[in-house]
Design a protein around this ligand. Structure first.
Ligand SMILES: N[C@@H](CCC(=O)N[C@@H](CS)C(=O)NCC(=O)O)C(=O)O
Length: 210
């Protein structure tokens, strides 16, 4: 065994961590706990992640939370020529972190997670139709503003190579489809290209164990 353990299955955020591990072809053990189940509140998991959220990565004695950070860490630590999640070149790295921040803040936190809370879990967070309507419009505006970046014929967000920000973007695009949000044509075509990346199917499978 590699000593890598990933806690969490079944959500867009846990998929991101499984995807990074699958892309890098790392051997790891999955602790298949699911969000909002009693396992999340058990002492064993609280000791691993007191915030009580998934995913959490353990790499030997090192513990890391936050899906975007987990992708970046794994990419830095285990990437190799021809199999990189995060670029080496300084300006390309700047672009990576620009996408990482944009996707995490403007697509995930400000739009999709608002819909998840107020449309998906109104019994916990309360219905908020005005906030939901604004979140829908905001997602549409932000994804529309991002689309021209694909207009030069590039295959993925950073160019011709798949990277960690494609994992983040794809999980948000798929998440948006559950709320019937329309995607710009350039992103619909991009999403089809991501399906041809071999780690995509492996990650989806790893995130939904029997
Ligand atoms: N920003 C965190 C979000 C983690 C998160 O909210 N995970 C959800 C599942 S997708 C969760 O554990 N929710 C449990 C709760 O909020 O009680 C990340 O990207 O990892």
């Amino acid at each position: 065994m590699s000593g890598i353990v990933l806690w969490g299955v079944g959500t867009s955020r846990t998929l991101r961590a499984h995807w990074a591990l699958q892309f890098l072809k790392l051997d790891y053990e999955t602790r298949p706990i699911r969000t909002r189940t009693p396992a999340m509140a058990e002492a064993e998991y609280q000791a691993v992640n007191p915030r009580g959220k998934v995913p959490t990565l353990q790499d030997g004695a090192y513990t890391l939370t936050e899906s975007a950070a987990i992708i970046a860490y794994l990419g830095e630590r285990y990437g190799a020529p021809g199999r990189r999640l995060i670029p080496v070149d300084l300006e390309a790295r700047g672009r990576y972190f620009e996408w990482m921040s944009f996707i995490s803040m403007e697509l995930d936190a400000t739009a999709l997670y608002v819909l998840r809370r107020h449309e998906g879990l109104p019994e916990i967070y309360g219905p908020a139709p005005d906030a939901s309507a604004v979140a829908r419009a905001y997602f549409t505006r932000m994804i529309g503003a991002a689309a021209p970046a694909l207009g030069d014929g590039r295959r993925f967000l950073l160019g011709d190579d798949f990277s960690g920000v494609d994992i983040l973007m794809t999980t948000c695009l798929d998440w948006s489809q559950r709320y019937d949000l329309e995607l710009p044509q350039l992103f619909a075509e991009y999403r089809a290209r991501v399906d041809a990346e071999p780690s995509t199917a492996l990650a989806l499978q790893a995130n939904q164990p029997q």
